[in-house]
Design a binder for this molecule. Structure first.
Ligand code: MN3
Length: 381
């Protein structure tokens, strides 16, 4: 029986993780969890899965929950998030919070020797070197949950990593893939949130529309697979059937395919290196799909992707600043306070202004994150 502490339990990945736990009660149990503000859903999850510890964002919500569930330990805030990660002994931390707020709990779980199933890409972007070094030091596996990285991880199974020539990350293109930059000027939040292939949380869907999501994933891949940026390619593939590929020195390419269903990579992260049947899954029928399409990635059209390569190549605190700028800009766009195209401008401006620290410690990373967020709010006022 694998004990799972789940951060971000009411989000898209969190909900699908709970599906997998529910379908396999003899294999998995939920020991602790965190959530934000969706208290109705939190109550339902506690009643059904009976975790021992629950963390929520606000103290008032925590007090109400404690009255409702006197036998569950209820905590809140940033400290509560860390408790949800490590306060109850477990085998796996599945971290699916959105944003760099996931960094501290991840580091705490690594120090506690837990396997990390990582869906929280911003943590690897903001502090990839620190997280990977800590995982090595504590001999803790970092297992990817993101579909592209799970595909790469699966394609690398049993391979000699020295023989890799390229990681090829596929991109669906997001909700605006067929629009020109001119047409992007007046797009709305509702249009941005309508992703053609994947049903995901709002932040991730906006990141897909700007292509920053793919940029974050390039940096994530760099850290997870110790691969130089020159050997990480992105390929536009609108059907999202090939989830990513690895090319080797003999020109062989290994790909992982499947219907777009996030439960597959989530479950694989929990059962690795084994596999188990997937409840209610749609099997891949290539004869029904017929054709798959591929296009070269246009860096002029998707500027955010080139920002991410630039930030990744420079390293240090620049990816931290880029990520913080993006997180706030996406929030401001969703609140209707800036137009879509302003997201890129804000990221570019914050990267230009940032003085990179080459080998930052945790405090310097957290400070970069704080200062950049503050600056973005400053320019929008
Ligand atoms: Mn992805």
């Amino acid at each position: 029986m694998k004990k799972i502490n789940l951060l971000g339990a009411t989000g898209s990945i969190g909900t699908q993780t709970l599906d997998i736990i529910e379908s396999n009660p003899e294999l998995f149990t939920l020991t602790a969890m965190s959530a934000g503000r969706n208290m109705k859903k939190v109550s339902e999850i506690i009643a059904q899965f009976k975790p021992q510890l629950v963390s929520v964002m606000e103290k008032a919500d925590a007090d109400r929950l404690q009255a409702e569930f006197p036998n569950v330990k209820i905590v809140h805030g940033d400290e509560g998030l860390i408790e949800a990660a490590v306060g109850i002994e477990a085998d796996v931390l599945l971290n699916s919070v959105i944003g760099s707020v996931g960094l501290k709990p991840t580091l705490a779980a690594i120090a506690a020797g837990m396997t990390i199933a990582i869906a929280n890409k911003e943590t690897l972007v903001a502090a990839g070197d620190l997280v990977v070094q800590a995982a090595k030091r504590h001999q803790v596996p970092l297992v990817p949950v993101d579909s592209e990285h799970s595909a790469l991880f699966q394609a690398l199974n049993g391979e000699n990593e020295k023989r890799i020539t390229q990681l090829i990350i596929t991109a669906s293109g997001g909700s605006f893939r067929d629009l020109t930059r001119d047409q992007l000027q007046h797009v709305t939040v509702e249009q941005a949130l309508a992703h053609p292939n994947w049903s995901m949380g709002n932040k991730l869907t906006i990141d897909s529309a700007t292509m920053m999501n793919k940029g974050l994933e390039v940096i994530e891949a760099h850290h997870l697979f110790a691969m130089p940026y020159d050997q990480i390619e992105c390929l536009l593939h609108k059907e999202s059937i090939i989830h990513s590929m690895v090319e080797f020195e003999d020109t062989s390419v290994m790909a992982q395919l499947g219907s777009p269903d996030m439960r597959v990579p989530i479950q694989y992260a929990l059962t690795y290196p084994d596999r188990i049947p997937m409840a209610n899954a749609k099997r891949l029928r290539l004869d029904e799909i017929g054709k798959l399409h591929f296009e070269k990635m246009d860096f002029e059209r998707f500027r955010a992707l080139s920002f991410a390569y630039d930030a990744g190549r420079e390293g240090g605190t620049l990816p931290t600043a880029m990520n913080a700028a993006n997180e706030v800009a996406v929030q401001l766009f969703m609140e209707g306070r800036i137009p879509f195209m302003k997201i890129e401008d804000i990221i570019e401006q914050m990267m230009d202004q940032h003085q990179t620290i080459s080998h930052p410690d945790l405090e310097e990373i957290l400070e970069t994150d704080r200062v950049t967020r503050k600056k973005v709010y400053g320019i929008v006022k």
